[in-house]
Design a protein around this ligand. Structure first.
Ligand code: SF4
Ligand code: SF4
Length: 342
């Protein structure tokens, strides 16, 4: 059975189909079964006993969990909640959940192994904390954020657990992260997916959510940057999980850097297609989306593509590779450190 929050969200959906416009999967497959509206109708059918699990599971598997339908829904349907928690309801097999989770975390584990001998000590300071995501941790990268802020104590944001239906571990990491957020003055993020997952913790109050800021905000207000980048024309890919507010702030930040020409993408909302482990399970759909993105980037004629999510960085690099382009792609954090920081 579906829980009450899922049922209430299903009721909120007016079936208006506005979510189709931004769904990267609908853009490629043109099949409504895999869109937010289609999936909600199917869950509703499951709840009413008209459809059985088997009939709907395969359609859910194709969703990228990008949250674009959530951020563009005029009725405020929390599709992320529905799609994440439905895994716990529709996947009773603990073994399949475990296998899915292992596969989702596999790329991170491989990076961890490759960087095992590259451990560095992180300097700790202050009550502004840094939420260092799993991929950055697994790479053992020590960046200026590690030197400025304490990142100790935070666990995974929980998104990989949630999307694979492992609610027990999701609740565990969420609890520890919330305790740290409550004690902090501010928490700085450099990954859009981590920030979005933490913003979705229902236990956080609005005041606590206001403490969660993106990297550019702290730099705008407290630190002076040196405009000496070797890149003159840059563009920015908006990760699906980056909020519109953070996106506009980052655009403003980039536009105001002296000596740099910021060229926006014609459709910055276009997904990179990578979606973490999605690339492993759906290589064809993922590659088709990545090619579309690469085509859109080509039009900008820039020297550098920036983004704010390690998974998107990999997706954009993959898109460049399969489209025969070789533009440099960097995370915003690394760009700031390498090109702009004193
Ligand atoms: S999920 Fe939102 S945008 Fe999509 S059909 Fe329902 S109400 Fe419309
Ligand atoms: S989460 Fe993304 S891929 Fe899934 S239905 Fe919504 S817009 Fe489409």
């Amino acid at each position: 059975m579906l829980d009450d929050d899922i049922k209430n969200n299903i009721k909120k959906c007016s079936r208006c189909a506005l979510c189709l416009q931004n769904c990267p999967i609908y853009d490629i497959k043109k099949d409504e079964n895999n869109t937010s509206r289609g999936l909600i109708c199917k869950l509703s059918g499951f709840n009413n006993g008209v459809l059985d699990e088997k009939e709907i599971k395969k359609d859910f598997k194709i969703c990228l969990n990008c949250s674009k339908c959530k951020s563009n829904c005029p009725s405020g349907v929390d599709t992320s909640y529905i799609f994440a928690y439905k895994n716990a309801v529709l996947s009773p097999s603990k073994i399949s959940q475990r296998i899915l989770l292992i596969l989702k975390l596999l790329p991170i584990k491989i990076l961890y192994f490759l960087n095992f001998f590259n451990k560095k000590t992180v300097k700790k300071s202050g009550d502004i904390l840094y939420f260092k995501g799993c991929i950055a941790r697994s790479q053992h990268k020590t960046t200026f954020l590690d030197k400025m802020f304490n990142s100790a104590g935070f666990l995974c944001c929980g998104l990989p657990y949630l999307t694979s239906g492992d609610i027990k571990n999701y609740e565990k990491v969420k609890k520890q992260n919330i305790e740290l957020i409550k004690k902090s003055q501010q928490v700085v993020f450099d990954c859009a997916s981590c920030k979005s997952a933490v913003m979705d913790y229902p236990e956080l109050s609005q005041n606590e959510k206001r403490k969660l800021i993106f990297i550019n905000e702290i730099l705008n207000s407290k630190y002076k940057l040196k405009p000496n980048s070797k890149y003159k024309n840059i563009t920015f890919h908006k990760p699906c999980h980056l909020s519109k507010f953070d996106f506009l702030q980052i655009e403003n930040f980039l536009k105001n850097i002296e000596g740099i020409n910021y060229i926006p993408l014609d459709n910055p909302e276009l997904c990179c297609g990578f979606g973490g482990s999605y690339f492993i399970f759906h290589p064809v759909i993922s590659s088709l989306i990545a090619l579309k993105k690469a085509k859109s980037i080509k039009k900008t004629n820039t020297d550098l593509i920036l983004t704010a999510c390690p998974s998107c960085t990999m997706g954009l690099r993959f898109g460049q590779l399969i489209s025969g382009q070789f533009k440099k792609t960097l995370e915003l954090r690394d760009f700031i450190e390498q090109e702009l920081f004193y």
